[in-house]
Design a protein around this ligand. Structure first.
Ligand SMILES: O=C(O)CCC(=O)C(=O)O
Ligand SMILES: [Fe+2]
Length: 284
């Protein structure tokens, strides 16, 4: 058997992709489990454009200018208008524009509704707020060291829906390890004890993947795999959203339902069950 296929076979006696999935669902699931991420066109380009325009409008307002007509070029070249020492103020101002609305999470979800249903489920909880990353070329202050979200308070049952607002590639993108390579390190993690995250990075560097994600595409990745980013040495600034999604009834870690997550696609039968009360006096 092909080794990647073998790896996908059995967990707790259940095939990794149970036989009732459609051929498309099975293919996407296998790709995700094998690569640790999938990149696909968003399902709702008009909504992505609206999210991007809202971000650009907030950024332009913060700069005290009108939003330029070419929104993509404006975001790509934002470092020509504001320096990296102000990047966090810019980020906070830009994200306020989207997290202040009631359509944001619904719209963001709609970008990947089918892929999320396939990979996560049809009864989902989602992070209440979008996170925004801005990485200007040469900015050392915005670097996120190698980590797995599951090391620090995130449930291993989460995925990240990661959506760039500009084309990303090379060091303009985040990096991650494939499951096979991640498992190799995890099997012998003791050898990193007392070492720095930079030592860890140097060890994983030869095996890292830096996906290319064009504007109009989205990525779903496993945050249980080691990932992070480096100084952006490309020409333009990276802008990307990330947001966590999990099965409503899969285990939670530090990030709680109601606080960090909210139910987004609870089904009628769950409502029915939650509302059920035994008839009064039934046991008498
Ligand atoms: O966008 C990045 O560079 C990293 C994002 C990340 O670590 C996450 O979403 O968990
Ligand atoms: Fe992360």
């Amino acid at each position: 058997m092909h080794s990647a296929a073998k790896k996908l076979t059995v967990v707790d006696g259940t095939p990794a992709t149970p036989g009732f999935l459609t051929a498309d669902e099975d293919a996407l699931s296998r790709r995700f489990l094998d690569q640790g991420h999938v990149v696909f066109p968003v399902e709702n380009r008009a909504s992505l454009d609206r999210l991007r325009k809202t971000i650009a409008d907030s950024a332009a307002a913060w700069l005290g200018i009108d939003t330029p007509a070419d929104v993509g070029a404006f975001l790509d070249t934002i470092h020509t208008r504001v320096g990296p020492e102000k990047v966090n103020d810019l980020r906070m101002a830009a994200i306020r524009g989207v997290n202040g609305t009631d359509w944001t999470i619904r719209t963001y979800f709609s970008l990947a509704r089918t892929a999320l249903a396939t990979l996560v489920g049809n009864e989902l909880a989602m992070q209440k707020r979008l996170n925004l990353s801005i990485q200007m070329p040469g900015d050392h202050s915005s670097v996120l060291a190698t980590h797995a979200d599951s090391w620090d308070g995130d449930s291993p049952f989460e995925v990240v829906l990661w959506v760039p607002l500009v084309n990303v590639y090379g060091s303009k993108c985040m990096f991650l390890l494939k499951p096979e390579q991640d498992a190799k390190r995890a099997a012998n993690f003791r050898r990193f004890a007392g070492k720095s995250t930079e030592d860890l990075y140097r060890d994983i560097e030869p095996d890292l993947i830096r996906p290319e994600v064009r504007y109009g595409e989205a990525m779903i990745f496993s945050p249980n795999l080691m990932h992070g980013n480096r100084v952006n040495t490309e020409r333009d600034t990276r802008w990307s959203f990330n947001c966590r999604v999990k099965g409503l009834f899969t285990p939670y870690a530090d990030k709680r339902l109601g606080e960090f997550f909210e139910p987004v696609t609870m089904r009628a039968t769950t409502r029915m069950g939650l509302d059920y009360r035994e008839p009064e006096g039934f046991d008498e």
